[in-house]
Design a protein around this ligand. Structure first.
Ligand code: ADP
Length: 183
């Protein structure tokens, strides 16, 4: 097992599939013998970032905190999977540069599919003008221009999306992870 850690940063709109993909990806990496942590946006906001709101300043602070923890773990050999909307490009770039071993994964999904899914009932409210600061409807989302991996949860299964991420991880040159442990 290779000791190099890595941050795999999933960005995309609410309901796009970040947490779902993170969970399956974590299982696949654990099967390969990696140490894995998931930093999920919702969970971070109830712990590490409790009290922060949804202004640009607070959102950037939230991302810097996640980036700080991801960096500590990554440099200690952990595969960190971040599942957070992370709507602003500049702060995503900032954490990428700090961490170094970093893959940006853009989890895409068209807004009409998200509104149909409406996992938390928030799109309906936001589209009806009843919810301020809702990313993609009443707040900005700056999509990655050159993500390392692009997945689309309206066009692929979770398995297919995870497979794309695993290929990108393998391409970074981790022969032990690429081979797996059950050969
Ligand atoms: P996010 O973390 O981006 O807010 P979630 O993973 O919590 O999104 O929710 C995504 C929802 O979409 C889940 O209910 C999941 O079952 C569903 N879904 C349907 N197809 C896919 C897919 N191909 N990839 C990921 N999620 C999918």
């Amino acid at each position: 097992m290779n000791d190099d850690g890595l941050t795999i940063w999933l960005t995309g709109l609410s309901g796009a599939g970040k947490s779902t993909i993170a969970t399956l990806l974590a299982s696949r990496l654990i099967e390969r013998g990696a140490a894995v942590e998931i930093l999920d946006g919702d969970e971070v906001r109830t712990n590490l970032s409790a009290g922060l709101g949804f202004s640009k300043e607070d959102r950037d602070t939230n991302i810097r905190r996640i980036g700080y923890v991801a960096n500590l773990l990554t440099r200690n050999g952990v595969h960190v999977i971040v599942a957070a909307i992370s709507p602003y490009r500049a702060v995503r770039e900032e954490v990428r540069e700090k961490i170094g071993r970093f893959l940006e994964v853009y989890v895409e999904c068209p807004i009409d599919v998200l509104a149909d899914r409406d996992v938390k009932g928030l799109y309906r409210k936001a589209l009806a003008g009843q919810l301020d600061h809702f990313t993609g409807v009443s707040d900005p989302y700056e999509a990655p221009q050159r993500p390392d991996v692009r997945v689309n949860s309206s066009a692929e299964t979770v398995e297919e999306s995870v497979a794309k991420v695993l290929i990108a991880i393998d391409d970074l040159g981790q022969p032990d992870l690429a081979t797996g442990t059950d050969g």
